[in-house]
Write a protein that binds this ligand. Structure first.
Ligand SMILES: Nc1ncnc2c1ncn2[C@@H]1O[C@H](COP(=O)(O)OP(=O)(O)OP(=O)(O)O)[C@@H](O)[C@H]1O
Length: 636
């Protein structure tokens, strides 16, 4: 059917245009506008009050509707009573009118609308992020594309938040179900993209929810680094490795940081017979705080255990522990380390045998097997290197028994080393250290290589000392900040920190040397050379001590008390003591048999855990001394 044409007056715009251009029409339009402006100025208060009364009315109506039926009667009665009172009081209606007008004016005032949604710059950022994800989250043949070039990011990003500087603080995004979120490689690719686009230099946590195909990125603040060594509120068998994110663990500990006391989420490592990860391995770059972590562990372990320290680095950073109650030895030379670790190995066997015999006889385990023994080996690979050069055995071989059987014997092994030397760590060390820590800057691959799983955060290139990741067995990877536990004998340590660490150390059982060597202010350091120290005396088996130190020849070692072979002069004094105590089952080689067997009757009479000490002396030789507080000097 043909369309009927419109009347000419409606299709021909010429008369209308002529009218619009006429000056009288323009003037009258201007007049009308001025009048409207004036009227709105004059009536503005009334308009505001009217709008307010309308809003109040609507609110009142809503309230009335929400009120349950049974409450409406009392409410109406109450309102009626108020109205009655209003009429009864002098000037009541006038006051009520003023109050209603005031309320209306307040409710009707203009409010600036709250801006919602991202600003222009933020939209651009989200769009860029969305576009960067398209290649990873799209596939040919996907019809309901969530991610497509030029697509709608608002469909994919369900939540976002920015900080004051406009950087993404939180982002929740949906991804297609076919994305292989179970594969580490696929996840890492996405995390790298997000890390680059959300702003490098910060640490992000990635929460993958495979059930709902959602990924949540959260920018993490730095872990607080103000917690220093202190007595932590833990149960026996618990050691605080450091502190982590509040939502990563369920527990908090009260800690003192500066002036304030607060609750902090700790990374607690459980050792002992029920532990599933009874030994610890710490790896990191040099200077990232491994020694500090080991010192922190040693200080905590000394509360109810004995500690044997092998300082392969030989930098004397455990000098403050030497001669303290519970410190069996601080060994930094090869011969000393070998002797001390050999003893520790036999001691583990002795404990096992003694505990086993007691169990078979229906008795509780003997007292001298119940005190935890800690073997702390800092950079054992440095000594392994020296051992190879000297054609001697690797001290790590003596860690095998404590690592294998330490859990049952309450013997805990802690090993720290550097990434570069990690391949020199022995197989038992790698196999039996299920608690792991990585310190310092490390790539996700390095973290995964050590911890067995990548971190759920993006490692940053610059981290403060003591920062890293921890994983206990197959638990999730946690961020970690080790409490500052500096060497109190280091000149660079501030007085408050020095005092804090010294206050945690047990009392000295070996009197401090003359000349300030035992000066607990830690100001006097004596620099000796390893070869100088090594020249002192024979070690077990008549081997010149210098041989042990020759690997370090000429290297200055900044140690107050040089600490070398445990069994110098006294030979394997402590070891046979322990072995002699525990009758061996028939046919089994005794620890005494495997050691030099040079125990004296006196030594043999000394109970194992009761005061056997590897005593350190100024010239670098040391003796296994049982009980007596005699100080042995090479010159005397
Ligand atoms: N948790 C920490 N808090 C504060 N400072 C720390 C922390 N850990 C280490 N440091 C500081 O970092 C420096 C290096 O620490 P440490 O000696 O423990 O590292 P390392 O990895 O053992 O290094 P190296 O292998 O060179 O001995 C020291 O000055 C130490 O005080």
């Amino acid at each position: 059917m043909a369309r009927r044409p419109l009347p000419r007056i409606l299709t021909d715009s010429a008369p209308l245009a002529r009218m619009a251009n006429s000056s009288s029409l323009a003037r009258s339009r201007e007049l009308a506008r001025t009048a409207a402006d004036g009227a709105s100025d004059v009536f503005h208060p009334l308009i505001v009050i009217g709008r307010g009364l309308r809003r109040l009315g609507a609110a009142g109506r809503g309230r009335w509707m929400e009120t349950p039926r049974e409450s409406r009667g009392p409410m109406a009665f109450f309102v009626g009573a108020c109205v009655l009172v209003m009429f009864l009081v002098p000037y009541g209606p006038l006051l009520a009118l003023i109050a209603v007008m005031g309320a209306g004016a307040w409710a009707g005032r203009e409010r600036t609308p709250v801006e919602t949604g991202p600003g222009e710059a933020e939209r651009e950022r989200l769009t860029a992020l969305y576009e960067a994800l398209v290649p990873y989250f799209s596939a040919e043949g996907d019809t309901g594309l969530l991610y497509a070039h030029g697509g709608d990011w608002e469909r994919a990003f369900t939540e976002y938040a920015f900080d004051e500087s406009g950087r993404i603080e939180r982002l929740q995004l949906k991804y297609p179900a076919y994305f292989t979120d179970g594969e580490d490689q696929a996840r890492v690719r996405i995390e790298q993209v997000l890390y680059a686009k959300a702003g490098r230099g910060r640490e992000y946590h990635f929460g993958w929810d495979e059930l709902t195909n959602q990924l949540t990125l959260t920018a993490l603040g730095a872990l607080p680094a103000d917690i220093v060594a202190q007595r932590f509120v833990t149960s026996p068998g618990e050691t605080v490795l450091g502190f982590t994110d509040p939502d990563a663990v369920q527990r908090t500990l009260p800690v003192t940081a500066g002036e304030e006391t607060r609750d902090a989420p700790p990374v607690v490592w459980r050792t002992g017979q029920r532990s599933t990860e009874p030994h610890l391995l710490v790896l990191g770059q040099p200077g990232t705080g491994a020694t500090t972590l080991l010192r922190s562990i040693a200080v905590q372990a000394l509360q109810d255990g004995d500690v044997l320290i092998v300082d392969g680095g030989g930098t004397g950073e455990y000098g403050a522990l030497a001669g303290r109650r519970g410190v069996l030895g601080v060994e930094s030379g090869l011969a000393g380390a070998l002797a001390a670790l050999e003893w520790a190995s036999h001691e583990t066997e002795r404990r096992l045998i003694a505990a086993n015999r007691a169990r078979q006889a229906g008795r509780p385990a003997p007292e001298d097997t119940r005190r935890p023994l800690w073997i702390i080996a800092d950079r054992p690979t440095a000594l392994a290197h020296v051992a190879v050069a000297e054609g001697r055995e690797d001290p790590q071989q003596w860690l095998q028994v404590p690592l294998r059987h330490g859990r049952a014997a309450l013997v805990t092994v802690v090993v720290a080393d550097q990434f570069e030397s990690a391949e020199l760590l022995s197989d038992p060390v790698r196999a039996h250290t299920k608690a792991r820590v990585v310190l310092g800057p490390a790539t996700a691959e390095e973290v995964r290589a050590v911890l067995g799983a990548p971190p759920h955060t993006t490692p940053t290139a610059h981290v403060p000392p003591g920062r890293g990741y921890a994983r206990l067995g197959s638990a999730p990877v946690l961020r970690l900040q080790v409490p500052a536990t500096p060497d109190p004998l280091d000149d660079a340590t501030g007085q408050p920190l020095r005092e804090a660490v010294l206050a945690l150390l047990p009392e000295r059982t070996v009197p401090a040397d003359d000349g300030g060597a035992g000066d607990e202010t830690g100001t006097a350091h004596e620099t000796v050379t390893a070869d100088g120290a090594g020249a002192a005396g024979p070690v077990a088996g008549g081997e010149p001590e210098g041989a042990a130190g020759s690997g370090d020849a000429g290297r200055p070692v900044n140690i107050r008390k040089s600490t070398t072979p445990a069994r110098a002069e006294a030979g394997a004094a402590a070891e046979p003591t322990r072995a002699a105590e525990a009758p061996e089952p028939a046919g089994r080689p005794t620890p005494a048999g495997t050691s030099s067997g040079a125990g004296t009757p006196d030594d043999a009479a000394e109970p194992v855990g009761a005061g056997a000490r590897v005593r350190t002396v100024k010239d670098g030789a040391s003796r296994a001394v049982n009980g007596s507080p005699e100080t042995v000097r090479a010159d005397g």
